[in-house]
Structure formats: C-alpha cells, structure tokens
Design a binder for this molecule. Structure first.
Ligand code: 5GP
Length: 191
C-alpha cells in the first residue's frame, strides 16, 4: 500500500535493525484518515474470503481492525491481554510471549463472541515473530471458528512470523512488508 509505505518512510523510525517506531501515526497517536484507507485496503484484499468477523489484539490492533470491520460490515472482537475479574465465565486463554515487552501474557477471549460458524479475519498492527498471531489463532480455533486470513499493517519479513503463518496454510496480507532495516534505512520487500 503505497501511501502507507511513504508515511513509514517519512514519519517512521528504525530504532535499530529490529524495531520500527511508528507511534506518531499508527499506534500511539493515530491518523484516522490513514486508518480508514488501511481498513479499505484490507477489505479489498479479503473481499472473497467469506469474512464474518474481525478479531484483533489489544491495544494497537484496535484502530485498523475497527476500520476494516466497518468497511466489511461485520463485528470486531478484541482479544484481551489482561483478565478482568468480571470476565470469568466462558473464557478461553492462551499464553503469548510479547516481542516488545519481553514477557509473557495471557491472551483472553470470551467464547460467546466467536462461534463455530464464524470465518475470522485477524488484523494486527505488526507481525514480527508471529507469537501474537499464533496465540490469537489458537483461541479462535479453540472457539470452533475458522481463520479466513491474517492482515498485518506492517510485517517485518526478516522475522519468522510471516513465513511461519504462510507455511501453516494461512492467507496473510501485509500492507507494508519490511525487508530490512539498516543504518536507519527502511527497505520494503515488494519494491
Ligand atoms: P510478534 O508476536 O509477531 O512477535 O509481535 C507482534 C506484536 O509485537 C505486535 O502486535 C506489536 O504490538 C509488537 N511489535 C512487534 N514488532 C514491533 C515493532 O517493530 N514496532 C512496534 N511498535 N511494535 C512491534
């Protein structure tokens, strides 16, 4: 997605060869107009996938997932990273290791919000090692639903998540696939 890639080149910053900072427009301050276009692009790419529901992981996936759900005319479910005391009945949980926080958390889903008839499109801001995506997939499949696809706003193609998901048979779309980050330069895989 050209506009997104140009925005990453303009406002993103490679902290080092592994971590990309895009907090001025994607996951801290949010540009809603760009988010709307991201939602339209995911909706276009997954139009034929029979999507009945969008799922995402709090918090950074919520904005792109909401826009995608709005565009596709389906509901959106937020998988939680912390368990609230009022969320005790019918919950599914799985452990996920966080790339950015360097610690594990319990990803949680109230099973009533995803049913066996659903075909779920998983949307997240970043795809790195794939821990978060595989955790979300485990929960969704445990709820009996099928994965219609996985959409990452940014996928760092030099980390294993993208390849692992594709090898496991999931349809993955990355709007900005990053091939390499070197000396502050960001290079895209599809350029
Ligand atoms: P994974 O589980 O695929 O290793 O990492 C996915 C999660 O880690 C994403 O949901 C995102 O929040 C965070 N993440 C991974 N890599 C980056 C990065 O380079 N920059 C930022 N800002 N977040 C990242």
């Amino acid at each position: 997605m050209e506009e997104l890639k140009q925005r990453i080149l303009r406002d993103g910053r490679a902290l080092n060869s592994e971590v990309l900072l895009v907090d001025s427009f994607l996951n801290h301050q949010v540009d809603p107009r760009l988010m709307q276009k991201i939602g339209m692009e995911f909706a276009r790419r997954f139009r034929e996938a029979g999507v009945t529901k969008i799922a995402t992981i709090e918090a950074s996936g919520i904005a792109p997932a909401t826009m995608t759900a709005l565009e596709m005319g389906v509901s959106m479910v937020i998988l939680k990273k912390s368990v609230s005391s009022i969320l005790s009945e019918g919950i599914l949980q799985t452990e996920v290791f966080s790339f950015t926080k360097n610690k594990a958390y319990q990803l949680t889903l109230k099973s009533q919000f995803i049913s066996p008839e659903d075909r779920v499109l998983l949307i997240d801001d970043f795809l790195a090692n794939g821990e978060a995506a595989f955790g979300a997939i485990r929960l969704i499949e445990r709820a009996g639903a099928r994965i219609a696809g996985v959409g990452a706003v940014i996928a760092k193609a030099f980390q294993p998540g993208l390849e692992k998901l594709r090898k496991a048979g999931y349809a993955v779309e990355a709007l900005a696939p990053v091939r390499e980050m070197r000396e502050g330069r960001i290079l895209f895989a599809d350029d």
